[in-house]
Write a protein of this length. Structure first.
Length: 261
């Protein structure tokens, strides 16, 4: 549902109140050699908006990236994360004047399977082949991780994190800004086992917030989420007591690995 909502919202913004949006859902199966492969659900969402140039397509799934069209790009990193977490593929075809078509393929199974993430680095931001399905089980969060504080002002991202961890007895409490986070922490400083912080929050600098947090709770485990390269945050990570870095967008495997460090 979240995939459809985000893609249709982007299509609507691209059409600027005019044009058409086509939504289609089909299934397909394939053979690999002589072996039948799992059936795939294929979701296609096409709009008749102005379309996007190639240099925009190269970045469309990056966190915080938007185009000159109002809203275009918002939530697409979340879509990418959901598709990847479910072992699917996503591709986008677009050109100026020709509209845009998103095609999502997700494996269909008769019984639920563990969600998985990639075991190796992939080309996350290619405009054609986006992700490689991997079906290895994801390790569970350590038993001592029961309650998280997620500090992020993007509701789609906090919702995605909560969904990713819903299969385990881990409670996520959400703070949309530093004031809310400080309020939750002041009520019970030892309430949370981990704190996930979005580096790109506005207002007071993230560095100062982390410094103040470390002064009050020197032993708290911090995970800093960012769409920036790790090298750009190296000084912050070191100053914050070697906080764990988690690159956006991330898979369930990468999220759990960060939590378990």
């Amino acid at each position: 549902r979240q995939i459809i909502l985000n893609l249709v919202s982007n299509a609507n913004d691209a059409c600027r109140g005019e044009g058409e949006i086509l939504i289609a859902l089909t299934t397909e199966s394939a053979l690999e050699g002589d072996q039948p492969q799992p059936a795939m659900a294929v979701l296609m969402i096409r709009d008749s908006g102005e379309g996007m140039p190639e240099d925009t397509l190269e970045h469309i799934f990056e966190p915080f990236f938007t185009t000159r069209f109002t809203g275009r790009g918002l939530g697409l990193s979340t879509v990418f994360g959901i598709v990847q977490a479910h072992g699917g593929h996503i591709r986008v075809d677009s050109a100026p004047g020709d509209g845009t078509c998103f095609e999502v393929r997700l494996p269909m199974t008769e019984t639920a399977e563990p969600l998985a993430g990639p075991d190796q680095e992939d080309d996350r931001f290619g405009d054609d082949y986006i992700s490689e399905p991997v079906r290895a089980p994801v390790p569970a969060p350590h038993a001592g991780i029961r309650r998280l504080l997620v500090l992020d002002d993007e509701p789609e991202m906090t919702h995605l994190i909560s969904n990713m961890l819903s299969g385990w007895p881990v409670v996520c409490e959400i703070a949309g800004n530093r004031r809310q986070a400080s309020s939750l922490l002041s009520l019970n400083p030892d309430r949370f086992d981990r704190i996930l912080i979005d580096y790109s929050l506005g207002g007071t600098t993230t560095e100062q917030f982390i410094t103040d947090l470390r002064a009050r709770q020197p032993d708290i485990k911090l995970i800093i989420m960012s769409g920036h390269h790790r090298e750009e945050l190296s000084k912050l990570l070191e100053a914050s007591g070697n906080a764990v870095f988690l690159a956006k967008p991330f898979t369930i495997r990468e999220l759990v690995t960060a939590l378990n460090q």
